[in-house]
Design a protein around this ligand. Structure first.
Ligand code: GLU
Length: 419
């Protein structure tokens, strides 16, 4: 697959081009932002439990490192390819720039369904992958983190492998580690918590309140969706639907989220949860709710189903869950979109906190982390909202514009090598 082939890369380029036109971005800067700085493709052969060898394809793409070391997750998913990884790396550049982190954008992953591998096979896969990409990553150059299909355990194996290669422990090679091996409090919930903060900020702008009157539907029930659901529920909102690959569960009076969390933590499908009404994922997206949070994967709301979306606020918990056309359709009929690079930035913000704490060997308490997370997201939200008003563009383009402003200044100051 060529670099530009994936729908996410094509869409991101289109948004990049329109947003840069609106704000008058220097065309020479735009030209540089269209391409990733560096992309590595690796073969990841492992011995399966049955003794046979299977080779997977892995990638690490560094999009832009003007603001600092590359930062971005590792995704284990059957849809992973070079082009989608490059698009996600590009989104990380804009995400880090938008929320003011001293970090660039990168992303990696392996084309694999992690549910089909045993724990031992996953460990072998992670260790071999870490070895294969070890020459392009480092605590000062490119710092991976969890993403879809990876978690704290994956990061612990990854960190251990990199440390074995170096001969000493390098906690700063990844973020999203378990607390015992140098992780940060609040990192596991940070993305979902950030989504909940952003829903609050948006509600304020639209004169809505997060409380019993607010109905929320969440597409997904994983690392992002669960803490977002828990936080919004704790504020009184009714989480009326959540979903996984098996389908969606629905209760107009609000679901028992704790029960669903307990159920899925035992690797059971939501559709088998006793006493709930089942609906399809498509029906979930079309529910008459106040807030819709697509928090699973990209390309879920497209031009085909965007018109069915009734939510007033659509919070992009995942990366790229709404296509460019879907954003235009929903914005045109008055829907308020909280764009992914703002809405789900909580994860990388607390990753940054983890990296900083690790470098200082001094760890903060949860209160401090959540306060700092809230403040960064609040400021970023206000910036995007102002650009949305100033340029009269949807929130997605406004977010790109805010990211470009910072990148443009930094890229100009650093210049182009050789000049
Ligand atoms: N994978 C997350 C994202 O897409 C987090 C990245 C990180 O923490 O570096 O933003």
């Amino acid at each position: 697959m060529s670099l530009f082939e994936s729908p996410l890369y094509k869409d991101s380029l289109k948004i990049l081009e329109t947003a840069s036109e609106v704000m008058g971005l220097d065309p020479n800067i735009l030209e540089r932002l269209k391409y990733p700085k560096r992309a590595l493709q690796v073969a990841v052969p492992i011995r399966l439990d049955d003794g046979t060898v299977k080779t997977f394809q892995g990638y690490r793409v560094q999009h832009n490192m003007t603001l600092g070391p590359g930062k971005g997750g590792l995704r284990y998913h059957p849809k992973v390819d070079l082009s989608e990884t490059a698009a996600l790396a590009m989104l990380m550049t804009f995400k880090c720039a938008l929320v003011g982190l001293p970090l660039g954008g990168a992303k990696g992953g392996i084309c694999v369904d992690p549910n089909e591998l045993s724990r031992q096979e996953l460990q072998s896969l992670t260790r071999r992958f870490a070895t294969e990409i070890s020459m392009v990553i480092g605590p000062n150059s490119d710092i991976p983190a969890p993403d879809i299909g990876t978690d704290g355990q994956t990061m612990a194996w990854f960190m251990d492998t990199y440390s074995q290669l170096k001969g000493y422990t390098v906690p700063g090679i990844v973020t999203g580690k378990p607390i015992t091996v140098g992780g940060s409090l609040g990192r596991a919930e940070a993305t979902g918590k950030g989504v909940a903060f952003c829903v609050n900020f948006a509600a304020q702008k639209l004169n809505m309140t997060v409380g019993p009157e607010m109905k929320v539907a969440i597409h997904g029930f994983g690392k992002v969706a669960i803490p977002a659901a828990q936080d919004l529920k704790a504020q009184g909102a009714k989480i009326v639907a959540v979903s996984d690959v098996s389908g969606a569960i629905y209760d107009p009076e609000g679901l028992d989220i704790d029960k669903a969390v307990e159920w899925t933590s035992r690797r059971k499908f939501l559709k088998d949860l006793p006493g709930v009404q089942l609906i399809s994922n498509e029906e979930l997206l079309a529910l008459d709710v106040d807030v819709l949070i697509p928090a699973a994967i990209d390309g879920v709301v497209t031009k085909k189903n965007a018109d069915n979306v009734k939510a007033k606020i659509v919070a992009e918990g995942a990366n790229g869950p709404l296509t460019k056309e879907a954003i235009e359709i929903i914005s045109a009929k008055g829907g308020f979109i909280i764009p992914d690079i703002l809405c789900n930035a909580g994860g990388v913000i607390v990753s940054y906190f983890e990296w900083v704490q690790g470098l200082q060997n001094f760890f903060w308490d949860l209160d401090e982390i959540n306060k700092r997370l809230h403040n960064i997201l609040k400021d970023s939200f206000e910036n995007v909202y102002e650009a949305h008003k100033e340029y009269d563009v949807d929130m997605k383009k406004a977010a790109f514009i805010c990211a470009f402003r910072r990148l443009e200044r930094a890229m100009r100051l650093r210049g182009l090598f050789p000049s």
